[in-house]
Design a protein around this ligand. Sequence first.
Ligand SMILES: Cc1ncc(COP(=O)(O)O)c(C=O)c1O
Length: 389
Amino acid sequence: MRQFEDIAASEEQFQLTTYKKMPIAAERGEGVWIYTSDGDKYLDLYGGHAVAGTGHCHPHVVNALRAQAGELLFYSNLVYSSARAHAAEKLVSIAPESLTKTFFCNSGTEANENAMRMARMATGREQIITFSGGFHGRTADAISATFLGKYRELGKPNVPGHLEAEFGDIESVRARADETVAAIMLEPIQSMGGVRMAKAEFYRDLRTLCDERGIVLIYDEVQTGVGRTGDWFFAGSDAGDRVVPDVVTLAKALGSGVPVGACLVTSAIASHIKENDLGTTFGGGMLAMAAVTATLEAIENDRMLENVNSVEAHLRQRIREVEQVVAVHGRGFLLGIEFSDKAQPFHQALLEQKIITGTSSNSKVLRLLPPLCLQKDHVDQFVDALCTC
Ligand SMILES: Cc1ncc(COP(=O)(O)O)c(C=O)c1O
């Protein structure tokens, strides 16, 4: 195997810069573990940006992908496919009852672009309300909907028709939600923004406002979806007062690492979509569809939702031992550990102890987005390590 220095030098030479990278090369994964080119083993509490929901290389997913790869890698939506039929049936079967149809695409940003487009088609209006601190992706419309740090600036010139409201403040939404507004879109738990959750009544008030004013409610569940919060979705869950939006967008953990995004929509929204209104070459391809079905089956078979809930409780209990922790935000395995001071030194010290965590736009918040198969002894390893930082 190539040495780390050699791999890193090659990437630096031949690729444009994206994120600040950790000084490791990930070569193999199994469950919650990442194995590096140097033969080290890291506990992964970040899941490669929340993607490894079923853990790394879950055998059920890997076997399904191997089988599908030997049958048909890809054909577009010009033909029917049993792999696609199966994935759509499975996804709709676990979704809140009113979300009856799916549109498959390739990423979170693409799912959000299409969600906003559908809202505009359904209402004949143009404006979209999103929230300060929310992140929705990097393509033109999604980045224009992202009122977080420098991101919106990066998308200049922005797509017109975007309004910013305060997360958790229904009056600020009400003031903007006039007859020109097609949709209100939110991350129900703002992840990059520092793992911020609103009071349950905020979600209920948004639903009521949308119903009163004919506005489409979109939940961007790219991070919160597919089991991460201990429910299949934030939509319909107790944490959000069982509110179900008109559209839910998904990506990240949906394909266990095979790129795939989706919009789940109500029949009312679906009734506005005609042939050729939506499209994508790769969306709904067979390999991605096999990944979706196997991912959802693996979560179900291994009772991962129950696991998330019990391991979260253990983490919340044990984290009290860490003096510098002042609060734990979020739900399930989307957690923000807030420190009395900067989180970055903890992120660094944990990495030195071979534990991968994430940061956020709140400098005091360390973000955990681990695989849904994380166990209590892994939490113990994390908390023991934090106590020595
Ligand atoms: C909440 C949310 N929405 C959308 C996106 C964009 O997803 P993608 O990077 O797959 O385009 C992200 C990515 O981090 C996200 O966290």
